[in-house]
Design a protein around this ligand. Structure first.
Ligand code: COA
Length: 183
């Protein structure tokens, strides 16, 4: 396993690393962006800017020597978070009740192809979540990517139900939850 040099950032440093995050995204999603309007760099940049301006946003970037290999980022869900607005599966109301400090949302995790299957993705995932004070984390995984869904299950994530964000062109996701390490 390649032991990555993992660098931590927060929203104060978002502008500093924005281009790097976009460049890695453009490479990783180059093929997907040719057919999926949800995957274009412009669309992604809007999402990144929305997430990274939140005061609670955190990001880890992994380096192998001087090469960025991938990254992960997220932020705590605010009270009354729109995150759960597109949930299609019926669950008890308290499951999706947000307080602002209950749930950390892992928004993105991506690794450049040469570092796939090296343990880099898991290192980034663990580094992002390790010091979180929240009770649990959530993420969304595209239902057309069953292998990624299975990967997250193997990392301890559980599927809550189906979710389609209420934004144009959004795919159908599995909404997943995981207890955080502090618990
Ligand atoms: C998800 C990711 C970080 C996992 O990295 P990893 O732990 O090294 O695992 P792998 O890359 O081997 O992925 C596991 C399996 O999922 C598949 N997979 C990964 N991303 C996929 C995607 N976007 N679409 C479809 N299948 C995908 C892989 O092909 C692999 O299948 P295989 O075992 O048959 O080869 C990495 O695959 C990646 O960056 N994917 C593109 C971005 C992405 O989809 N991020 C997740 C968003 S929820």
């Amino acid at each position: 396993m390649t032991a990555l040099d993992i660098r931590h950032y927060d929203h104060h440093q978002a502008a500093e690393i924005r281009q790097l995050l976009l460049d890695v995204y453009a490479e990783v999603y180059a093929e997907a962006a040719t057919t999926d309007p949800f995957a274009t760099v412009d669309r992604y940049a809007q999402g990144l800017d929305g997430w990274s301006r939140r005061p609670g946003w955190t990001c880890v970037v992994g380096y192998d020597q001087d090469q960025p290999v991938g990254y992960a980022y997220g932020a705590p869900l605010p009270a009354g978070a729109p995150w759960w607005g597109g949930l299609l599966t019926e669950v008890p109301a308290d499951v999706v009740e947000e307080t602002g400090t209950r749930t950390y949302a892992l928004s993105e995790l991506m690794v450049r192809v040469p570092w796939r299957k090296t343990g880099a993705a898991r290192q980034l995932h663990d580094a992002l979540l390790a010091a979180r004070p929240e009770e649990r984390a959530t993420l969304l995984v595209d239902q057309e990517h069953p292998k990624v869904h299975a990967l997250y299950q193997s990392w301890g994530w559980q599927t809550l139900g189906d979710l389609r964000p209420r934004i144009p062109d959004a795919p159908l996701f599995h909404a997943m939850l995981r207890d955080l390490p502090q618990r």
